[in-house]
Design a protein around this ligand. Sequence first.
Ligand code: CU
Length: 242
Amino acid sequence: MFVSSEVVKWNIKDLKVLDRASTFYSVGHLMIPGGDSKKPNDKYLVAYNKITKDRYLPTGPELSQSAQIFDISGDKMQLILDFPTIGEPHYAQAAAADVIKGRSLKFFDIKTNEHPRATKSEADAKVIREGNKVHVYMTTIRSHLTPDNIEGIRMGDEVYFHVTNLEQDWDVPHGFAIKGANNGELLIMPGETTTLKWVPDRVGIFPMYCTDFCSALHQEMTGYIRVSPAGSNVPLTFHTGK
Ligand SMILES: [Cu+2]
């Protein structure tokens, strides 16, 4: 086996080497959990290695890199986990799970969502024209968008989708995208409201859809928008599932 690098544990007082451990392959960076805090964790060391070569399946434009966690609490280092990473992180940070666990927010409480464009129930979903600006107040919940059919958008309009994720469950974000839009997509956490601006560049029917797999019926989270020519008199209408 090709070993090009190693980590070394020193006794700093008398500069004595206590232990050496091979890494696979070249250490790029080392990380100690909490290394940027006042209380670094002196029990673990993570080696982020480059030049992984033959360790993982050679797929994709960039090979997986490898990382290794050592228990450094004793004089002898012990390899306790060896895992692939994408890229060799140049500035990684780790913390003990209990530092994070009790303080993480699982979802935003919809009742305390004070976003001015929030839509707190499907009954409140609406589409409003203000000159050439169209505001779509949309909701997402498994497994549909409300509204999911919109007509009366015209060339020259700017369309703002203010999407509220009505879910009140952990780990159920929804995404939102328009086919052919030039900007990115939204990722909306449960209870959150975010906005996507879209300026249609041609007449036609445009699919819109959830981009985050959310259940077996994820594919149902889709809808259509008709864009009519500038100056057309197609009335602004919207509905769901009809
Ligand atoms: Cu979804």
